[in-house]
Design a protein. Structure first.
Ligand code: SAH
Length: 218
């Protein structure tokens, strides 16, 4: 217990704060969420390392820094309504729930939907709602959202997703012409019809597979 707390302090200092993340709520949440409970048991001892880790089914839990960068860019606040696409292990969803957001997750793979649900309950985040489905279509039943996090790379911006943002809402999504290399973008809905876009850097995510993403070749 004490050791994992020290590992987390070290992770936040060396990997996150020192790389320029300054949102106090993001730093506090990353200090608190037990990342070791979101990785397969055989990888526990790697949980606080500066890299993504396999979670099975060809998928990964994102690098801690990337989760922090996305949370900061999304400007998550207490009571923000957030859609988490590609919930995977549930770790990013837990960080946003720890920040006080109401999080709804969509995961394409049923095994990972179950993995995320189990992890979130065990880690103390039972209010996160996870659904199995194609996240490229968003989650219209609960739209609009203050923030949408997409944790898989898309060939183009899914128009359904940006239309599920509130005015002023933010969407952070990796977009790129290759399945394994993307630019991380933040799209902000300025009005009913206007959206602005900023690039946050180059990233490597697993592909977003679905109707408005890549084809399934598996
Ligand atoms: N946020 C996760 C990262 C998981 S990796 C974490 O913190 O662990 C990305 C996830 O996106 C994978 O679990 C993959 O199955 C999922 N995914 C890919 N395409 C998807 C889609 N169209 N809808 C929902 N999930 C999708």
């Amino acid at each position: 217990m004490r050791e994992t707390n020290l590992n987390r302090e070290d992770m936040v200092d060396r990997q996150i704060r020192s790389r320029g993340i300054s949102d106090a709520a993001v730093l506090a949440a990353m200090l608190k969420v037990p990342r070791d409970l979101f990785v397969p048991i055989e990888s526990r001892h790697h949980a606080y390392e500066d890299r993504p880790l396999p979670i099975g089914f060809g998928q990964t839990i994102s690098q801690p820094y990337v989760v922090a960068l996305m949370c900061e860019a999304l400007k998550i606040e207490a009571r923000s309504r957030v859609l988490d696409i590609g919930t995977g292990s549930g770790y990013a969803a837990a960080v946003m729930a720890e920040m006080g957001a109401k999080v709804i997750g969509v995961e394409r793979k049923s095994e990972l939907e179950e993995f995320a649900k189990t992890n979130l309950i065990r880690a103390g985040y039972p209010t996160v709602e996870i659904h199995r489905g194609d996240g490229t279509l968003g989650y219209p039943q609960a739209a609009p959202f203050d923030a949408i996090m997409v944790a898989a790379g898309s060939p183009a911006l899914p128009s359904t997703l940006k239309n599920q943002l509130m005015i002023g809402g933010r969407l952070v999504i990796p977009i790129g012409p290759s399945r394994h290399h993307q630019h991380l973008l933040r799209i902000t809905r300025q009005s009913e019809t206007d959206f602005s876009s900023e690039t946050l850097g180059d990233v490597t995510f697993v592909p977003l597979i679905g109707e408005e993403g890549w084809n399934d070749t598996s």
